[in-house]
Ligand binder design. Structure first.
Ligand SMILES: [Zn+2]
Ligand SMILES: [Zn+2]
Length: 172
């Protein structure tokens, strides 16, 4: 009893709570979007979704995939063209990011809306739109804790970094 109460008192003390918050904030600031994604378990995909991602990887890693007209916003190399569920997409063979024209993410992922429900922009993206060159905006898709995606402020499309489509499948 005595030890239990002591433990409770320490755990509930203001300083320990503050320290925990500080550590949690520092930890989250250290993790960029990629790290946050790989940190999460990836066992929530159904067979269709896993097959689609494997198909995507196979097309990207093909010997000479056709080049798209746009360039990757991360590395500047030309996107390659892939086809998933009958939709032609631009994908970077190096960064593994995917560009979705308006409506395409919805077709691939079957999410209700690819436009963030909250309409709340979080911050400017690190990337520029491959169509118009405007700095994109990071929006919370689904939930701010779950997934941030880059969207062109002029509505040209949405960019998902490596493994973010997998995360969309996991959440949706
Ligand atoms: Zn790239
Ligand atoms: Zn644009």
């Amino acid at each position: 009893m005595f030890f239990g109460l002591t433990f409770m008192a320490i755990a509930n003390s203001k300083s320990s709570q503050q320290r925990w918050r500080d550590e949690a904030r520092a930890r989250s600031e250290r993790m960029d979007r990629h790290q946050r994604l790989s940190w999460l378990a990836d066992d929530h995909l159904d067979a269709d979704e896993r097959a689609l991602l494997d198909d995507l990887t196979a097309q990207i890693e093909a010997d000479d995939p056709p080049h798209a007209a746009r360039d990757c916003p991360e590395c500047g190399r030309p996107f390659v063209l892939v086809r998933l569920r009958g939709v032609q997409l631009d994908c970077c063979a190096r960064c593994r990011g995917i560009w979705f024209d308006p409506g395409e993410l919805k077709l691939i992922s079957e999410v209700d809306s690819e436009v963030p429900q909250t309409q709340k922009a979080t911050r400017p993206s690190r990337h520029a739109c491959p169509d118009c060159g405007e700095v994109m905006i990071e929006y919370a898709l689904f939930n701010p804790l779950n997934l941030l995606v880059d969207r062109c402020p002029r509505g040209h499309g949405v960019y998902l970094e490596d493994r973010e489509l997998e995360r969309v499948f996991q959440i949706s």
